[in-house]
Design a protein around this ligand. Structure first.
Ligand SMILES: Cc1ncc(COP(=O)(O)O)c(C=O)c1O
Length: 442
């Protein structure tokens, strides 16, 4: 397909998709132009005096970024956004160092936008003023590190219960804070095994308990059932002061609130903190995220820093003030309805991808209300690299984000079929992920 054709078709799709401002989708077309890699070699990029070809280097780099944006299928980043109106602020050193609610003496900050973003999420997750505190983080990982730190500050030495399919950032926090770990098995489709969790909590109910609930696992997009988990805590009569629940909602904390008939991600449950990534469902050119917690939890962490004239309550010291502005702008332009449309658009296209793969006899799986499609790992590394597929054992996934249209899905499926013709299918590992999925579903 020629580039012009591609642009026309993709433009048509993004114009049809109301609600979210997505003109940049049209820029991520794939070009088959030969890229000049030599200009981006280590030698060419060397920092020394009297270099003159920076413009050529940057032009070539941009071509690569555009190409790779088009074939970006494996990671949950919404590349469909338009922040041009706020580019002008990029020339300022906007830094929200210290606590979002306590202004430091440094005047070039975006705390008003940061607090507005936190207010949006507090409302989305059902907690009222003045009961919450939160901040804009550098990413979902920082939110998880912060949530687990609050848990440690509340409970001291505690045992963490989390499923096998948990993101590595939670295990990293457990390591950093020297917490005891109790890994709970997951079902084949990635949800925590509730009967195992219940057994383990009953066995350890004299201990202080931290639970990490996965609001969407990384590989399979499985959402742990918050209602069932809270009932396990209740059944075991664990006192409120003896447990802490953190919800890792990197991607799905922006999806679940828009889905009907599922247990809601809500502070009406006895949960303590929720972390979400900002560059995932909302979309932002810089990694970022948000954590919201109950106000009482942050009190234990507060430390007055004289030279900041603010409180040290966050993981980082200097904090990116641009991302608060970007998140505020993205949320404000899309609004609740725009995000809802992005969520439904992604889930619908994920179902389409799943059905197209199955139709072509490629084993493919999807959880309910999920935009993560799991299927057999392609048998060719160049194909995997081109489409930037995240693989685990013999499976891979595509996370269908708002910039992945049906047109792109068709191009992908056709190329995958060509790849299978040329290189065959991956060998299914005995007792591996793929064979377990196939056994459960056939
Ligand atoms: C479930 C889950 N938690 C946490 C993270 C980390 O988020 P970030 O990449 O924003 O640090 C991810 C990233 O994909 C994730 O899938």
């Amino acid at each position: 397909m020629s580039n012009d054709n591609n642009i026309d078709k993709i433009l048509e799709i993004s114009v049809k998709k109301n609600g979210s401002p997505s003109p940049w989708t049209i820029n991520d077309y794939y070009s088959t132009n030969n890229l000049n890699n030599s200009i981006l070699s280590k030698k060419s990029l060397e920092i020394s005096d009297n270099n003159k070809n920076e413009t050529d280097i940057l032009n070539e780099y941009e071509k690569i970024i555009i190409n790779n944006s088009y074939t970006h299928f494996g990671y949950p980043y919404n590349l469909s956004y338009d922040y041009e109106e706020i580019f002008r602020f990029m020339k300022y050193s906007i830094n929200n160092l210290g606590d979002p609610y306590v202004e430091s003496n440094y005047g070039i900050h975006s705390r008003i936008f940061e607090k507005s973003v936190i207010d949006f999420f507090a409302k989305l997750w059902n907690i009222n003023e003045p009961d919450y505190w939160g901040y804009v983080t550098t990413c979902g990982t920082e939110g998880n590190l912060h949530g687990m730190l609050l848990a440690k500050e509340k409970l001291g030495n505690a045992m963490v219960f989390t499923s096998r399919e948990t993101h590595y950032s939670i295990f990293k926090a457990i390591n950093y804070y020297n917490l005891e770990l109790n890994i709970i098995d997951s079902t084949v489709m990635g949800e925590i095994d509730y009967s195992k969790l219940s057994e383990e909590i009953e066995k350890n109910k004299e201990k202080k308990i931290i639970i990490n609930i996965n609001i969407g696992t990384t590989v399979k997009g499985a959402v742990d059932n918050i209602d069932k988990i809270c009932k396990i805590i209740e059944k075991n009569n664990i006192k409120r002061e003896n447990f802490y629940i953190h919800c890792d909602g990197a991607l799905f904390a922006m999806i679940i609130p828009f889905i009907k008939d599922v247990p809601q991600l809500s502070f009406k449950y006895p949960i303590d903190s929720i972390s979400v990534s900002g560059h995932k469902m909302i979309g932002c050119p810089m990694p970022c995220g948000v954590i919201v917690t109950r106000k009482e939890n942050i009190k234990r962490l507060e430390n007055k820093i004289e030279y900041l004239n603010s409180l040290d309550t966050t993981i980082m010291g200097s904090r990116n003030g641009q991302t608060s502005l970007y998140l505020w702008y993205g949320l404000r332009k899309k609004g609740y309805e725009g995000i809802k449309q992005d969520v439904f658009f992604s889930i619908e296209n994920a179902k389409y991808l799943n059905s197209q793969l199955n139709k072509n006899r490629i084993s493919s799986f999807i959880n309910n209300n999920s935009n993560t499609v799991i299927f057999e790992k392609p048998n060719n590394i160049d194909f995997i690299k081109k489409w930037q597929l995240a693989c685990e054992e013999d499976i891979t996934h595509i996370i269908v984000m708002p910039n992945i249209t049906k047109i792109k899905i068709d191009i992908f499926v056709n190329e995958f079929l060509d790849c299978i013709k040329k290189f065959g299918n991956i060998t299914v590992k005995k007792n591996g992920q793929l064979s377990k999925l196939i056994n459960v579903y056939n």
